[in-house]
Design a protein around this ligand. Structure first.
Ligand code: CA
Ligand code: CA
Ligand code: CA
Ligand code: ZN
Ligand code: ZN
Length: 460
């Protein structure tokens, strides 16, 4: 009847009230739960739609059965010592340090442990993070360290007071100036590095993760799992997830180190290709490959190992054999090089060739030795330059599609070699027609590869 029901409710409330309040506080603190305010509050506690939903969220995070009820497993998990930071907020990826060397400093030490021991333990904790990132950690005695480490009781004036023994063990601030990166430990915990109490090493590794910008992980094997999860003498190491998370901040977002291009990469395209006396030279980034008819092996070398005065990442290049001059192009400039030395007064502006001011760079050049003619490719247009008269030929520019039917534009690189003209066009994946290897006509003996983005044209 009514009375039994009332009794059940009363018992229910009595049984769960203290831990309900604790649990509500837990969800407020770590899952952003906002109980309804004012008069409604008492009634709202059990009926609130928000509560079971938040509880389920917490259960899901910890890999518990998502009952939405305060079952035993859930209560046990909530009573565990844990980190003071929220599990619900994902930190922005922008919260990371720009410096590669970070400094840390101890404001004080916990009462029961020797400072020298603490320093040794924390050094080892930083090492775990340093091993998987480009970061270095240095201890400072002076005040201006990036990461200030302190042990405090209860309210320590940062809006997140500690709670005495148990509960919240420590918290940390995300990377940033001032309090950013700082790590606070609850001084009232039983900190140890032996068998009893909380292992300060485990908690330090966790909090240092936050100080680097890593958020909580629901992987129970991760050190970034929010609850204290270690048996004494556990071997503490970063999990796959921890490493992935921190590398997302400090490794993947970095500019990758420059790759040395691979001449067998089928997607390889060239910046420029030119003749160089009996050789053909292919340029890519800081590198070049030199091919000589007498040698099968094609070596890759730095452009600067041969020509010190010219830039890398060239646009185009050709050799004017009548004057033994190499001409290199990059942006609106060109360089003339004789006997490996840049001639005086260079670089000069490409407008010298007679380009109108709208032409800001050239894509590729083709020099025909026997005709003393140089072809320039710019976007969809091509130009002819008379090397003897030193002027653009009449009637140019023309459309590449008119003058060179079938050659897609824009063009990456081109070279006229003996009777052949090789044109390299951006390997834009869908151009199967480019599989004709220019190099096949040049140097047949395998193993030989120099990309596949080259086409062979016979000029005649
Ligand atoms: Ca505490
Ligand atoms: Ca700081
Ligand atoms: Ca080019
Ligand atoms: Zn934490
Ligand atoms: Zn604090």
């Amino acid at each position: 009847g009514v009375w039994t029901k009332a009794l059940v409710i009363i018992l229910h409330v009595l049984m769960f009230s203290p831990c309900f309040l604790h649990c509500q506080g837990y969800l407020e603190k770590f899952y952003g739960f906002k109980p309804q305010a004012g008069r409604q509050k008492r009634v709202a506690e059990f009926d609130s739609e928000g509560f079971p939903a938040k509880l389920k969220e917490m259960q899901q995070f910890f890999g518990l059965a998502e009952s939405g009820e305060l079952d035993q497993q859930t209560l046990t998990t909530m009573r565990k010592g844990r980190c003071g930071l929220s599990d619900a907020e994902q930190f922005g990826e922008t919260m990371r340090w720009r410096n590669r060397t970070l400094t840390y400093r101890f404001s004080n030490y916990p009462p029961k442990m020797k400072p020298s021991q603490i320093r040794r333990v924390f050094k080892a904790a930083w090492r775990l993070w340093a091993q998987v990132t480009p970061l270095k950690f240095r201890r400072r005695a002076r005040r201006d360290a990036d990461i200030e480490i302190s042990f405090s009781n209860k309210d320590h004036e940062d809006g997140a007071p500690f709670d005495g023994k148990g509960g919240v063990l420590a918290h940390a601030f995300l990377p940033g100036p001032g309090i950013g990166g700082d790590v606070h430990f609850d001084a009232e915990e039983d900190w140890t590095s032996n068998t009893t109490g909380y292992d300060i090493f485990a908690v330090a590794v966790h909090e240092f993760g936050h100080a680097l910008g890593v958020s909580h992980s629901s992987d129970p094997g991760a050190v970034m799992y929010p609850a204290y999860n270690f048996a004494p003498h556990d071997e503490i190491q970063l999990s796959f997830q921890d490493v992935k998370d921190v590398q997302e901040l400090y490794v993947l977002l970095e500019k990758p180190p420059p790759r040395t291009p691979d001449k067998c990469d089928p997607d390889l395209s060239f910046d420029a290709v030119t003749e160089l006396q009996q050789e053909v030279v292919f340029f890519k980034d800081r590198f070049m490959w030199r091919t000589h008819t007498d040698f099968n092996e094609i070596g890759i070398t730095l452009i600067r190992s041969l020509w010190t005065g010219i830039p890398t990442h060239l646009d185009a290049a050709y050799e004017d054999l009548t004057s033994y001059t190499m001409v290199f192009f990059k942006g609106k400039f060109y360089w003339e090089v004789k006997h490996l030395e840049v001639k005086d007064g260079y670089p000069k502006n490409i407008s010298d060739f007679g380009f109108p001011s709208r032409i800001k760079s050239v894509d590729a050049t083709l020099h025909f030795r026997e005709y003393h003619v140089t072809v320039f490719f710019t976007g969809r247009e091509c130009w002819r330059y008379d090397e003897e008269k030193q002027q653009m030929m009449d009637g140019y520019p023309k459309l590449i599609s008119d003058e060179w039917p079938g050659v897609p534009s824009p063009i990456d690189a081109s070279v006229a070699y003996k009777v052949m003209t090789g044109i390299s066009v951006q390997s834009n994946r869908n151009t199967a027609q480019m599989l004709t290897m220019f190099t096949a006509g040049l140097h047949p003996p395998p193993p030989f590869c120099l990309g596949q983005g080259l086409m062979l044209y016979v000029y005649g």
